[in-house]
Design a protein. Structure first.
Lengths: 341, 333
């Protein structure tokens, strides 16, 4: 199969269409289901409803209810089925409507899927994809708004994908489905409706563990993940106006992590700010900042700084909720301070 | 394991003589294996934990006799019997229990995680009820891929407290999946009698899902085989899952170190099961009384198995440990 690395920095070199974030996910799943009959997708209201976000609309018409499978509201139950089916010849995609429901399936993911390959001395494989959502500011309150991608990133045996653009979402979803390991794939809910972008017409897949430089710059590195890539790009435009040329780096996968690109960018710019929508404490920003600090210490002008979700349960009321997530203004202000402007 | 009872001159209870003798051999193999585990553990040669299956042999053997080689099982922390009954090699089992490179899982799994694709063993699982998803998922794949395979999910009555088991039973019945839920009721959730943990009747649980179910004497290997055959073939025909409640008894403690047990169960109860309800003894007496095997045949089997098990222990104890550099291998496929 043709495999081309396509990131947004060089997507313009190939023939492309403009599509939405969710459309890209659906296209990847549909194309993989056409090429591999062992790929099935199951979850709550994924068939005729096409998920609560309508992301999978139309798939059941093409693939039927044998392959796009509505389940009871029973996350551990159908995730467990995914684990067993993955071990015995299939490539299931499990749809977890809200990432908050990861809490319900942690035994299946952490104790079962992540460990069976190692525990069996490499004999069993578990080519399973868990699709989950992340991201706040939909006024959905504390149990439908969390970004819990740090959790699976902590577990050996799992791979974790957090795409920020349609092109990345499509190419990384294809890699996730073809991977022989359990992969947790987080889609930002806000991006379904707000993010559009060019997606190559050709068949392509993006390898895991390869960061993408979304904006090249010289004065400061802004490492952004998922929805925070758009925030970092917005902040970079504001920084431009005050004469600061920011580089925006998107790791795209928290594991495997492209440590080399993060460190090299920080060495080049000598300043680094990491932004992620997960809870700040013991999270993705802490890990990435430490990787960068260890690798680029002698080239840095100051400590690596971090911005993440406030350490509170996500509140419902709009002004309260908006105060929990890093904004372009937050990133701009901190970056400006770091650059002594 | 053979699928169909082989033709034989003698047959009883609708089971061929070969199968009847093979089941005796398998039960005794598990008994002798576990006695050596106990010995290795108490001599501090085996690291970790050891949960012995002694007393419950008829359950694993009767069920696995009803399975094809390519059928699947999932097992438990008390899983040596299931693995052996499904065809595991004692040499590689002992090697795994001792953490040796030659073991089934290269020493990475140990006693509670024996897994082997070659014998359809999806893995022993140290989370109580933890394999219900894997078993039901394997049954889902068998149905989707039209392979005709059946999966048996072994679990103890302690797993009846875990919600995921009921989610899987609901899905299996809803989707008519070829899976057998084999509930080994040895009456004790670790150190607690199941009556203190289990509301209502066990058999009422599958009934609530409309699932075929039966209570079976788990000390009678022929009864276990007969029930398992019936429901395995039914599942293979596409008629859906079943639940078997197999009443049995754990002769030893929850694990090898659980020696002083009188605070949770009386010695007289243990003596009753060991003396009156031993599955190996009951079956051997039946075989001789029915004229299917004479004492010399059974003695010969005992001698063969004893030699095999001693050789397996010798193989495992003299096998090398994995090199520490292997610790990073097999995290990802």
């Amino acid at each position: 199969m043709p495999e081309t690395v396509v990131g947004s920095t060089h997507a313009s070199t190939v023939k492309a269409r403009e599509i939405g974030f969710g459309d890209a996910v659906r296209e990847a799943i549909a194309e993989e289901m056409r090429r591999d009959p062992t790929v099935v997708l199951m979850g709550e209201d994924v068939a005729e409803a096409g998920t609560t976000f309508k992301v999978l609309k139309g798939l059941v018409e093409e693939f039927g209810t044998e392959r796009i499978i509505d389940t009871p509201i029973s996350e551990p139950g159908f995730t467990g089925i995914g684990v067993g089916a993955a071990m015995t010849g299939m490539r299931p995609i499990i749809d977890i409507m809200f990432g908050d429901f990861m809490c319900l399936i942690m035994d299946q993911v952490v104790n079962q899927a992540a460990k069976i390959h190692y525990m069996s001395g490499g004999k069993w494989k578990c080519p399973l994809v868990i699709r989950a959502t992340m991201g706040a500011t939909r006024r959905s309150a504390a149990q439908h708004s969390q970004s819990l991608h740090a959790w699976p990133s902590h577990i050996p045996g799992l791979k974790v994908v957090i795409p920020s653009t349609p092109a990345d979402a499509k190419g990384l979803m294809k890699t996730a489905i073809r991977d022989d390991n359990p992969v947790v794939f987080f889609e930002d809910k806000i991006s379904y409706t707000t993010v559009k972008g060019p997606v190559p017409d050709e068949d392509y897949a993006i390898p895991f563990g390869v960061a993408d430089i979304k904006r090249a710059g010289t004065d400061i590195t802004l490492v952004g993940t998922s929805s925070m890539v758009q925030v970092a790009l917005g902040a970079a435009a504001m920084l431009e106006e005050i004469g600061v040329n920011a580089e925006v780096v998107d790791p795209r996968t928290t594991w495997p992590l492209d440590e080399k690109t993060l460190v090299e960018s920080a060495k080049k710019t000598s300043r680094c700010l990491v932004i992620d929508e997960g809870y700040f404490r013991y999270g993705v920003t802490g890990e990435m900042a430490s990787v960068i600090a260890e690798g680029a210490f002698y080239d840095l002008d100051g400590p690596v700084r971090r911005l993440g979700a406030k350490h509170v349960p996500i509140p419902f009321s709009p002004p309260l909720e908006d105060a929990t997530v890093p904004t372009e203004r937050d990133v701009f202000e901190l970056a400006r301070q770091m650059c002594n402007r | 394991m053979s699928t169909v009872a082989k033709p034989s001159k003698a047959s009883a209870a609708g089971i061929s003589a070969d199968a009847l003798i093979r089941m005796y051999r398998q039960m005794l193999a598990i008994r002798l294996f576990e006695e050596r585990v106990n010995d290795l553990y108490t001599r501090a040669l085996m690291p970790g934990l050891a949960h012995l299956y002694i007393g419950e042999e008829a359950v694993a053997v009767g069920i696995c006799e009803a399975l094809r080689d390519d059928d699947y099982i999932t097992s438990t922390h008390r899983g040596h019997g299931h693995c052996l009954a499904k065809g595991a090699d004692p040499k590689l089992m002992f090697a795994e229990l001792l953490g040796k490179e030659a073991g089934y899982c290269k020493g990475k799994g140990g006693s509670m995680h024996i897994a082997d694709p070659a014998t359809g063993n999806l893995g022993a699982n140290a989370i109580v009820g933890g394999s219900a998803g894997i078993a039901t998922g394997a049954a889902f794949a068998s149905k989707y891929l039209k392979t005709g395979q059946v999966t048996v999910c072994f679990f103890g009555e302690g797993a009846l407290g875990q919600g995921v088991l009921y989610e899987e039973m609901n899905l299996a019945q809803l989707w008519t999946l070829p899976v057998i839920y084999a509930c080994e009721n040895n009456m004790y959730n670790e150190y607690t009698h199941f009556s203190e943990t289990t509301a209502g009747d066990i058999i009422a649980r599958p009934a609530a899902f409309g699932m075929a179910a039966e209570i079976v004497d788990g000390q009678d290997v022929r009864a276990v085989y007969a029930a398992a055959s019936k429901y395995v073939e039914r599942a293979r025909r596409g008629e859906g899952p079943a639940f078997l409640q197999l009443d049995t008894y754990r002769y030893r403690g929850h694990h090898v170190g659980d020696i002083a047990r009188e605070y949770y169960r009386p010695k007289t109860e243990e003596q009753h099961w060991v003396g009156q309800r031993d599955p190996v003894k009951l079956h051997s007496e039946w075989l001789t009384s029915e004229g299917i095997a004479d004492k010399s045949t059974l003695d010969r089997i005992t001698a063969e198995l004893t030699a095999d098990m001693d050789a397996a222990v010798e193989f495992a104890t003299s096998a090398p440990y994995p090199d520490p550099s292997k610790v990073d291998d097999d995290v990802y496929a």
